[in-house]
Design a protein around this ligand. Structure first.
Ligand SMILES: *Cc1c(COP(=O)(O)O)cnc(C)c1O
Length: 422
């Protein structure tokens, strides 16, 4: 028996209290799109374990990759040493990411990849004698992680700014893009970010954004045209562009990387989440040569080096996951999921509790008019045989790409049924 009492007394779960923890469900196994609970119930995973498990659980190719690498070495320090898995992974990432991103920093988690990106942007200017470009310009509705620099560029209202305002770097925030995905972007839509850049570019090192899909900050999908215009503005005002594709990378939005919707290359790119197909914690920050030269010239060195940097086990798994993705009909799968999500979720619109629905790639969102009670929702979904974890007013899914038609239907039916209960 899984000792839930011990868990409740001793273990922190994400964003919970140690005095009034929310219930957690004991999992013993996971296979394909199914998460199996200790009591034998099997839940269809609508969350892909927070965007990660794009190929599903217990994937034979990935299992093999882990075992193979385990027999050679699970880890070795990256200071002064290197290895094939890191080199192969870097080669793959340089090849498949947008053009001119060719220097790779491999770290252990998404938040760290964002810290590294922001540090790169600041060091880029410092090493060229410019001490005043030390702020970052972010968008309202953004989410970039939970460490301090990452928090400081998350949405200032829904993020954690109020808790830590005295110990967090102060940054600028432009309005959340009002122009939606599949729509054009007017001059008025970029006026907020344009104005901040115009007035403060001398203090701004970089713009950071999640291309096309703002994830945990509100599941908001915006115009590719907006992204293209931001790229132009960044060049115009001599500000670097950081694209955080930790959630959108590896096919989730229907393109391998969301930047491709606008045909742009950022100066710095953050990857994580689905990088290892959800098997192990790994992230990467890629940059172009302009950034690496700026940091490195006149004897500059980039000041970051985590203990588990370039972990071979995780790198080998990432290589296997990326090859598995590229060898699969992922685009067709994601397109099919998008079509089915759009059709199925349409029915939710008839419910009075529903504000709107949005879909892009393998992401489906039902925005409710009122906040959802997480505990009640979770119990409901588990009773329906699915795993869906809403936040705020948002009921959303981003299933593994291998999900079948029937399984996806079970997820969308459960969402529809839930909207009827509130
Ligand atoms: C999840 C996420 C992060 C943080 O990644 P962690 O691995 O949780 O630290 C950063 N940016 C985006 C867009 C994310 O979705």
């Amino acid at each position: 028996m899984i000792d839930l009492k011990y868990d409740k007394t001793h273990i922190w779960h994400p964003y919970t209290s140690m005095q009034e923890p929310l219930p957690v469900y004991p999992v013993t196994k996971a296979d394909g799109v199914y998460i199996q609970l200790e009591d034998g119930r099997r839940l269809i995973d609508g969350m892909a374990s927070w965007w990660c498990m794009i190929h599903g659980y217990n994937q034979p190719e990935l299992n093999k990759a882990v075992c193979r690498q385990l027999e050679n070495m699970s880890h070795v320090m990256f200071g002064g040493l290197t290895h094939e898995p890191a080199i192969e992974l870097a080669r793959l990432l340089v090849e498949i990411t947008p053009p001119s991103l060719e220097k790779v920093f491999i770290s252990d988690s998404g938040s760290v990849a964002v810290e590294v990106a922001i540090k790169m942007a600041k060091q880029f200017w410092i090493n060229q004698g410019n001490q005043s470009k030390n702020k970052v310009l972010s968008l309202r509705g953004a989410y970039h992680g939970d460490t301090f620099s990452a928090m400081s560029v998350c949405d200032p209202e829904t993020g954690m700014h109020h808790l830590f305002k005295d110990s967090m770097p102060l940054n600028y925030f432009a309005e959340r893009p009002a122009c939606r995905y599949r729509e054009p972007c007017s001059e008025e839509n970029i006026s907020s970010i344009n104005f901040i850049l115009q007035s403060h570019h001398e203090e701004i090192s970089a713009v950071i954004l999640e291309p096309i899909v703002q994830g945990a900050g509100g599941m908001w999908f915006y115009s590719a045209d907006y992204l293209a215009k931001i790229r132009v503005l960044c060049d115009e005002f001599n500000v670097l562009l950081i694209a955080d594709e930790i959630a959108t990378g590896f096919g989730r939005t229907g393109k391998l990387f969301a930047c491709e919707h606008a045909n742009i290359s950022p100066d710095i790119l953050c990857l994580g989440k689905a990088l290892t197909g959800g098997y192990l914690s790994l992230a990467a920050t890629l940059s172009n040569q302009k950034v690496s030269d700026g940091i490195s010239k006149n004897g500059g060195v980039f000041m970051h080096g985590p203990t588990f940097m370039g972990n071979p086990l995780a790198c080998a798994t990432a290589i296997a996951s990326i090859n598995l993705l590229l060898d699969s009909p992922w685009q067709e799968r994601v397109n099919n999921i998008e079509r089915q999500l759009s059709a199925d979720l349409e029915n939710c619109l008839k419910q009075t509790a529903v504000q709107e629905i949005r879909t892009i790639g393998a992401i489906g969102v039902v925005e409710m008019k009122e906040a959802i009670d997480l505990k009640v929702a979770q119990e409901f979904f588990v009773s329906q045989g699915v795993w869906i974890r809403p936040f705020g007013r948002l009921l959303y899914i981003m299933p593994p790409y291998i999900i079948g038609k029937k399984e996806l239907e079970k997820l969308t039916n459960a969402m529809l049924d839930f909207t009827r209960t509130v």
